[in-house]
Write a protein that binds this ligand. Structure first.
Ligand SMILES: C[S@@+](CC[C@H](N)C(=O)[O-])C[C@H]1O[C@@H](n2cnc3c(N)ncnc32)[C@H](O)[C@@H]1O
Ligand code: SF4
Length: 385
């Protein structure tokens, strides 16, 4: 056992970032790079070595979840995906019912790989559908059309016990009727989980440049707020209510991996630009790997671990993060007696936000109201100012 004492009561997951995409979408500011020749053996070796470092540090704690995100991990060599799953099984093992998710774009080429993913142990698929409408997909610069998206969802549903897909809404000119119609059609497909993201204009993207030049504008705030409210109604009516700001699920279909982020669980982040959090004694540790793929591979080679940043969070920073993440959930945060005591200096602000109908405190539970969740950034700014 290392000098750091381990906390085995906190659930643990692994996030693997695969940074390559066939092409870069004009709205996306994730850590992504255009696909080029991949040295599968080198990636497999680097990810294995990084995971071995973390297993040594955490000790034996079966994993609740493993998540391949990106980028486009569904384009990664299958050897890399299967290798990571095997390595995790050997190093930690999985909890019964553990969730193994891969993100995929809904192209026909990727659909052909679903069987390989399932064969390797993936049991949940997250498809970046974005829209089923050809014109919207063209605007978003996507590689697929609506028919390919439907084919991929159908193929995914027949292959995986659990499936989620992402839609982006609040595109320029999108009105309430069009959005409700699109949402009802999407809900009728019968997936157990949906992620609905309002289009965000991220700095440095092609969309940010287009908006700055006045080529088009996203819908006004009040229109976007109405579209958000419509999403709450439609999904609840279909039996997939919101359990988080952008995430909707049938009961039991919530993302177990993302719940680790929102409930203060532990997660290891490997691959370029991956973040991690571990509960250790004397405190929670935040980690980050280098963004550039070549730098990540080199860091693992020279240091035996991919993380280039290790930060021990102060109690205050850890509590702030716990609220920022936990208040995203409809059920909010169940505070420990220690956290309740630490929150005492914020009591007046919590009461003021409660009076504005943005927060609700009920004993040890602190939650944002529906409106508070939609305005969560402003609520957090007011809380922590
Ligand atoms: C990092 S992507 C990975 C999924 C996969 N590569 C894809 O594009 O289908 C995860 C999701 O984030 C959402 N997303 C990315 N950038 C966004 C933006 N600027 N506004 C809204 N949603 C965004 C998309 O719905 C996307 O499916
Ligand atoms: S949205 Fe998905 S496919 Fe497009 S650039 Fe971002 S990660 Fe890659």
């Amino acid at each position: 056992m290392s000098l750091r004492s381990r906390n085995t009561s906190v659930p643990l997951g692994v996030y693997v970032h695969w940074p390559y995409c066939a092409r870069i979408c004009p709205y996306c500011d994730f850590n992504v790079y255009k696909n080029r020749e991949i040295d599968a053996a080198r990636w497999r070796q680097a990810l294995t070595r990084d995971l071995e470092y973390w297993a040594e540090r955490t000790g034996a704690r079966p994993l609740r979840s493993l998540y391949f995100g990106g980028g486009t991990p569904s384009l990664a060599p299958i050897d890399v995906i299967a290798g990571v799953i095997e390595t995790c099984a050997d190093l930690w093992g999985f909890e019964p019912g553990a969730e193994i998710t891969i993100e995929a774009n809904p192209t026909d080429a990727e659909e052909k790989r679903f069987a390989d993913f399932a064969g390797a142990g993936v049991n949940r698929l997250s498809l970046g559908v974005q829209s089923f409408d050809d014109a919207a997909l063209k605007f978003l610069g996507r590689d697929h059309d609506g028919a390919a998206a439907r084919r991929a969802v159908e193929a995914g549903l027949s292959r995986f016990a659990r499936l989620s897909f992402d839609l982006i809404y609040a595109l320029p000119g999108e009105d309430m009727r069009a959005w409700r119609r699109a949402l009802r059609a999407a809900l009728a497909i019968g997936a157990g989980h949906l992620s609905l993201y309002q289009l965000t204009i991220e700095e440095g993207t092609a969309f940010a440049r287009a908006v700055a030049r006045g080529r088009w504008a996203p819908p006004a705030q009040d229109v976007a707020a109405d579209l958000f409210e419509a999403a709450q109604e439609e999904t609840a009516r279909a039996g997939l209510p919101a359990y988080e700001i952008s995430n909707h699920a049938r009961a039991g279909e919530e993302s177990r991996h993302n719940l680790l982020y929102w409930t203060g669980g532990d997660y290891i982040g490997v691959g370029p630009g991956a973040h991690g959090r571990l509960t250790e004694t004397p405190g929670r540790v935040a980690t980050e790997t280098p963004l550039a793929p070549a730098l990540y591979l080199n860091t693992v080679k020279t240091a035996g671990c991919g993380a280039s940043l290790f930060e021990r969070l102060s109690d205050e920073a850890a509590l702030t993060e716990r609220l920022a993440m936990g208040l995203r959930l409809k059920e909010g945060v169940l505070l420990t007696p220690g956290e309740m005591a630490a929150l005492a200096p914020w009591r007046d602000r919590i009461a003021a936000l409660g009076a504005q109908g943005l927060l609700q405190a009920d004993g040890a539970r602190l939650a944002a109201t529906d409106r508070g969740r939609r305005l969560l950034n402003a609520v957090l700014a007011a809380l922590f100012a």
